[in-house]
Design a binder for this molecule. Structure first.
Ligand code: GAL
Length: 380
């Protein structure tokens, strides 16, 4: 439901910015007044539309997934998250369970959610327990995506379909599911898109990221877990967006921060000591690390959007708030609502013995000062 609202609202906002351009105003003051009025009216209309659509979307929610033939009261689902102590995956898992129970009517007692504690052996035990318990379907956020072949075989032998989320297994593995008719699928988002959006956000700044005007953009890169395809692609494609636009870049530092705020803070603190004003852009593979980076940037007396740029990914509430306040340049909405709903949709298809594509991707959405407040309002 929320996903639909976000999409509708963002289209409304795009219409708003088009309306805000005064066609034939004589002077600046008139133009501003016209623009302001147009913006106010359009915003009011957009807000009303959103409220109406929200009611409509609520009714649609149950229809979005065809539950006919599914015994929602008795269906059992095993869910394992790579670790509970991860900001983004906490939002994701909360929405996943909420959607299953509140919107679709699955019985909370039959849904088991376990904490993989960032330990593949521990998580594999949990999966074996799901098999022993004979769950109807699993939704798994693997600790190591490289263990997908082994886990898939375990589930397949037990006749239990599996929906992988967030950490994408190798393409050769998802190809195998399709070739061998194995009931496994992946739901996620293409991290090349989020990386590209981060790069574009830097290109869209007043000086395209070249604060000191020396003809190149000097950056540091705070990476997530490098085993993870999201970390690899965001690292590569954020910079690629700049070089594809013909911008010269200089990498001062690339360091892993494992998606963790405290690590992000430490890495950026050390980098600011080492490179000082040379750093023009801080790329973080996610918002948790960007929020840590922001703490160090402020402690060093640097000012985001004036003498340094900072971008993340996920659109955590704190990040959106900081963008709105001018303390972060941008982020990218990692749509945990769309992804969790799509994961459920695939699980339900498996339960109904329907065909499921091996890979299912949900779009990212760019989040900047222009739409941060709106996304924030909708996520709260
Ligand atoms: C990414 C997300 C990170 C972290 C990671 C875990 O998609 O941006 O914040 O949650 O997944 O695999």
């Amino acid at each position: 439901m929320k996903k639909k609202i976000v999409t509708l609202f963002l289209s409304a906002m795009m219409a708003t910015s088009m309306l805000a351009v005064p066609a034939m105003a004589d002077d600046a003051t008139d133009a501003e007044a016209v623009a302001e009025e147009a913006t106010d009216e359009a915003e009011e209309e957009a807000a009303e539309d959103v409220e109406e659509d929200a009611a409509e979307a609520a009714e649609d929610a149950a229809d979005a997934i065809d539950l006919e033939g599914i015994d929602v009261e008795n269906a059992t689902i095993g869910i394992s998250i790579y670790k509970f102590d991860d900001n983004f995956m906490t939002l994701y898992r909360t929405e996943l369970v909420r959607y299953l129970t509140e919107d679709l009517g699955f019985n909370e007692k039959n849904i088991t959610v376990t904490d993989g504690k960032n330990d593949q052996a521990e998580q594999t035990n949990q999966i074996n327990n799901f098999i022993t318990a004979g769950v109807d379907v699993m939704i798994l956020n693997l600790v190591q995506s490289s263990s997908a072949p082994q886990v898939t075989d375990l589930c397949n032998e037990a006749g239990i379909p599996v929906v992988y989320i967030n950490r994408q297994p190798e393409e050769s593995e998802s190809d195998r599911w399709a070739e061998e008719g194995i009931k496994a699928t992946y739901v996620g988002a293409d991290a090349r898109q989020s990386g590209t959006f981060q790069g574009e956000e830097i290109l869209e700044t007043a000086n395209g990221g070249d604060i000191n005007g020396d003809g190149k953009v000097s950056y540091i890169m705070v990476q997530g877990d490098p085993e993870n395809i999201d970390a690899q692609y965001r690292t590569e494609y954020s910079v690629k967006a700049l070089t594809d636009a013909g911008v010269e870049v200089e990498e001062l530092l690339l360091q892993r921060g494992d998606w963790d705020q405290a690590k992000g803070q430490q890495i950026v603190q050390d980098a600011l000591t080492q490179f000082g004003d040379q750093i023009e852009v801080v790329f973080c593979n996610n918002d948790a690390m960007a929020l840590g980076a922001l703490q160090s940037i402020q402690a060093a007396g640097r000012v985001v959007n004036e003498d340094i740029y900072l971008v993340g990914v996920d659109a955590l509430t704190d990040a959106l708030q900081n963008i709105q306040d001018g303390n972060m340049t941008g982020t990218v909405f990692n749509d945990h609502i769309g992804q969790s709903h799509a994961a459920v949709e695939m699980a339900v298809k498996f339960l109904k013995d329907e065909e499921v594509a091996p890979v299912n991707m949900v779009d990212y959405i760019k989040a900047t000062s222009e739409n941060a407040a709106d996304i924030l309002a909708l996520l709260q």
